[in-house]
Ligand binder design. Structure first.
Ligand SMILES: [Zn+2]
Length: 308
């Protein structure tokens, strides 16, 4: 089945063979796994897994190679369009400028066989000044914006000024919310005017379902990632089916192919094995995803046609 993916982190989706090769070249010995195991309990543990890919994602050459390889991996997964996100400041440790970083990733993506867009992540633990620089970059390179990082430590409500700035620039955006925090974080994200939420599945109740429908929100749901961070202990407890049946626009995503040790086909299989989803439901979810994508109406029409 042809698919689109809206929620995919570049640093969490480095091809495993390529990552091993790059770590070896730099004589980096890893003392832990770069994917989650049963030892890892929550979002904070999960986020530590990004340390390894970030060690090597510090030159233009490597960023281009990693971005290009991801498009090849996605093509194998029958993905026809993907929005790939990353936080530019995490790749400046060895002297790259923010422009170098974005150019290197764009070069790799453009070389790839599938259609892609780039989302730049503002980070919850970064300063307002740094995050505004990321917004300026997104404006300059025609990218979208995301807010990522540890939602349990940095409340969504404290980013009011950042989102005022994003809106003043006219840059499209999505927000991670309802992952490590629940209802209030989701409400705060929606109060900033977002039409997309990364996750949005913690503490789902009728009030939240109504809010999603009234505000025409599209959710970027990442089932395996939610299991990894213990948001749900059993996939059967995941609210994705309830949300979909209630008429909320949900899309299916991997979040992090490598860190979560998954791919998009596995995510659909997991849902199919545990919920009464039919193929037409999955097609509908892909249509929802396309309609919420950061592309033109013309491009959306083309992609919807390509799903058949
Ligand atoms: Zn994410």
């Amino acid at each position: 089945m042809k698919k689109v993916e809206l929620h995919l982190h570049l640093d969490g989706s480095v091809n495993t063979n390529l990552l091993n090769e790059l770590l070896k070249k730099e004589n980096i010995v890893i003392d832990d796994k770069f994917y989650v195991t049963d030892k890892d309990k929550n979002l904070s543990d999960y986020l530590k897994k990004f340390d390894y890919p970030l060690m090597v994602m510090q030159t233009s050459e490597k960023l281009t190679a990693i971005a290009y390889q991801l498009t090849l991996d996605l093509q194998k997964d029958d993905v026809i369009y993907a929005e790939i996100r990353f936080a530019p400041f995490k790749h400046t440790k060895k002297g790259l400028s923010l422009d170098d970083v974005v150019n290197a990733v764009l070069t790799g993506l453009k070389k790839g066989p599938i259609k892609t867009s780039l989302i730049l992540c503002c980070m919850r633990d970064a300063s307002l000044l740094e995050n505004k620089q990321v917004v300026d970059l997104a404006f300059k390179y025609n990218c979208a914006i995301d807010l990522a990082g540890d939602e349990s430590l940095y409340a969504t409500s404290s980013f009011n000024e950042l989102f005022s700035y994003i809106k003043s620039k006219g840059v499209p955006y999505t927000i991670h919310a309802g992952e490590a925090s629940g209802k209030q974080s989701i409400k705060d994200a929606i109060s900033f005017g977002t039409k997309r939420i990364g996750h949005g599945v913690r503490d789902v109740d009728q009030e939240i379902i109504n809010l999603y429908k009234d505000e025409d929100i599209t959710l970027e749901v990442c089932p395996t990632s939610n299991l990894n961070t213990n948001l749900v202990l059993d996939i059967k407890d995941h609210p994705i089916y309830e949300l979909y049946k209630a008429g909320v626009k949900v899309s299916v995503n991997t979040d992090n192919r490598t860190v979560s040790n998954t791919d998009l086909n596995k995510e659909y299989q997991l849902l199919k094995n545990n919920f009464p989803f039919k193929d037409e439901d999955f097609k509908k979810m892909n249509e929802y995803a396309i309609m919420a994508a950061f592309i033109t109406d013309e491009e959306k029409k083309e992609l919807i046609k390509s799903l058949d």
